[in-house]
Write a protein of this length. Structure first.
Length: 110
């Protein structure tokens, strides 16, 4: 959350050449989703349940909305609902990857 807040506080996002705003949001929040999964599951690799995925998605989506609100106060930045959609989709992908990994890895252990 602190890293996201830091980058949101910058007057211009430091994106690599050729990387658009929406993919950057999705990629950043994908990482956030992985961190949330680890926190909710209590370890590495995260063994996360569907309930924890939904809780994590709510946390990430609410933080994404608050991040967009925060950006509305930063000079040179704007608040955009499409950025929030990208945040939510990216975190959902990260959380779902962890959930799928939990299912796959638990089937191999007997």
């Amino acid at each position: 959350m602190a890293v996201i807040f830091f980058f949101s506080s910058l007057h211009e996002a430091p994106l690599p050449p050729g990387v658009g705003d929406k993919p950057a949001h999705a990629f950043g929040y994908l990482g956030f989703g992985l961190v949330i999964a680890r926190a909710l599951a209590g370890g590495v690799p995260p063994r996360i349940t569907l309930r924890q995925v939904l809780i994590g998605l709510a946390i990430a989506s609410l933080y994404g909305a608050s991040d967009e609100w925060h950006q509305s106060f930063v000079a040179g930045r704007t608040s955009d609902v499409a950025d929030w959609y990208s945040d939510t989709i990216g975190s959902a992908i990260g959380l779902m990857v962890c959930w799928a990994w939990s299912i796959i890895s638990s089937r191999g252990v007997r």
